[in-house]
Ligand binder design. Structure first.
Ligand code: IMP
Length: 459
């Protein structure tokens, strides 16, 4: 059986904790898209693990897989594995030979393009990890795949083809002299240096027996009646197809990505459960519109965004919820829950269950609002319009809920759903009704023990 975990908002829904909780009963946890842009924090027994590439399940002794839909920076991979080993863990991580490799020039180009785009307000506020440029090369059929690192001749051929193009891009399009520039490391554009470094990564992958034919590997596990969890990174609203283009990441976090990005069929994914992870309010790092945004954040909120008078509340929620980017440390923008966004997410991924996180963060507020619908050109909309420009024109129509008190959430988690304060339950039941999907779990604190579990997706 399979359980797929999908972010239903802008990528910081607390997926790591849910993967960790429901992943406990899984044998294998596989990522199907993204790379080391996916900051996730796993707290276990008071120990905090900050990861950006290694699947969270690997912290808990599961087999972790980076599927063919991922983009893999081998340097990050080995750094994370070495750190986990130093802390006494023994992670078992496999990498798809069909996955694409992030090379140093991808990072350089990611940052350069962001700088250029920022002149026109088009910067996506990327994590600068080279994600977009690597997926571009994948689609452009000039990428380097993990399997290529294992084969000296192929690796050399690939680099000899692609590196001169990257040099030309830098020197002739961006007008940056590689050998004589403060911010560009010439090694990132040097075939010999890259060959030596990446061939070495290939040898290590081979020596540690880490590479797999992902689809076949996972199919064998299913055949053996093992439980597979597919761990989506980022979220629906930054999906390259279904998100707020161009302020998106370059892959498909939505559930369809779990099939393409692992090499199993959509019927396998659809036969299992698809859990949408919802944060009880909204947060995002990066630019672009956000109709339910509270106070504006300098450098990220567009000029006319944010609500006057919302800054204090935004700051309160940001601090209570620790809303600072895991990878970049940037303060996140904060808004009320956006229900049209969630309806869109539920449809694109076909959620069978929900996990609603951070319900404790809103505790103690007098009232809690949700954006129930939008008004666009005088018409009421229940879901997101297809273009980001139209989304920016949407005005949110709010519903107000009475707030709930701050309580001992650990005890609530122990006692179960009936112990959740009544007004918080009303809020959760509203979400269930709007999305026509049951809430399986309610997150009431950062530790995985601080979760009210109503139903396990495995049963
Ligand atoms: P990229 O994935 O680094 O190319 O960044 C593209 C957009 O996705 C930016 O707005 C990032 O802030 C956002 N993004 C990428 N990864 C994450 C994530 O794991 N959580 C939240 N936002 C993310």
């Amino acid at each position: 059986m399979t359980v797929t975990i999908v972010g239903s908002q802008l990528g910081d829904e607390g997926k790591g904790g849910v993967v960790d909780l429901f992943g406990d009963a899984a044998d294998v946890v596989a990522r199907y898209q993204g790379g080391d842009n996916a900051g996730h924090t796993v707290v276990q027994g008071g120990e905090e693990y900050k990861l950006s590439l290694v699947p969270s399940g690997a912290v808990r002794g599961k087999v972790g897989v980076l599927g063919n839909g991922c983009v893999v920076n081998p340097r990050t991979l080995f750094e994370e594995l070495d750190t986990l080993r130093e802390r006494g863990l023994d992670p078992d991580v496999r990498v798809a030979e069909r996955a694409h490799v992030i090379l140093p020039y991808h990072r350089v180009l990611d940052q350069l393009e962001e700088d250029v785009k920022s002149d026109d307000d088009l910067a996506a506020g990327t994590t600068g990890r080279g994600i977009g440029p690597t997926y571009e090369d994948k689609a452009g059929r000039r990428g380097v795949r993990v399997g290529d690192l294992l084969d000296a001749e192929t690796l050399r051929d690939r680099l000899e083809y692609v590196v001169p193009q990257k040099r030309a891009l830098l020197e002739e399009v961006y007008d940056i002299p590689i050998e004589d520039h403060d911010e560009v490391d010439p090694d990132a554009f040097d075939i010999e240096v890259l060959y030596d470094q990446y061939r070495e990564f290939g040898r290590r992958l081979e020596a540690e027996d880490m590479t797999v034919n992902c689809g076949a590997f996972l199919a064998d596990r299913l055949e053996a009646d093992e439980r597979l969890m597919f761990e989506g990174a980022q979220g629906t609203a930054i999906d390259i197809d279904h998100g707020v283009y161009p302020y998106v990441t370059s892959s498909n976090p939505t559930a369809g990505g779990a099939a393409v990005g692992t090499g199993l069929g959509p019927s396998v994914v659809g036969d299992g459960e698809v859990i949408g992870i919802v944060k009880a309010y909204l947060s995002r790092v990066g630019t672009g519109p956000l109709p339910t945004e509270l106070g504006a954040v300098d450098g990220q909120t567009p000029e006319d965004g944010g609500r006057p008078g919302g800054a204090d509340l935004a700051e309160y929620i940001r601090d209570e919820g620790g809303e600072y980017g895991t990878v970049t440390g940037r303060p996140r923008r904060v808004g009320w829950l956006d229900i049209p966004m969630l309806r869109h997410a539920a449809r694109t991924s076909g959620f069978t269950g929900l996990a609603v996180n951070h319900v404790d963060v809103l505790a103690g507020l007098d009232e809690v609002k949700v954006g129930h619908s939008y008004t666009l050109d005088g018409e009421k909309l229940l879901t997101m319009p297809p273009t980001t420009e139209r989304w920016a024109d949407c005005e949110a129509n709010f519903r107000t809920f009475e707030g709930w008190p701050d309580v001992d959430w650990e005890t609530v988690a122990e006692e179960g759903y009936d112990a959740v304060p009544e007004n918080a339950r009303a809020y959760l039941e509203y979400i269930e009704a709007e999305l026509d999907t049951p809430v399986y779990a309610v997150g009431v604190g950062p530790d995985r023990s601080a979760t009210v579990v109503r139903e396990s997706p495995w049963e």
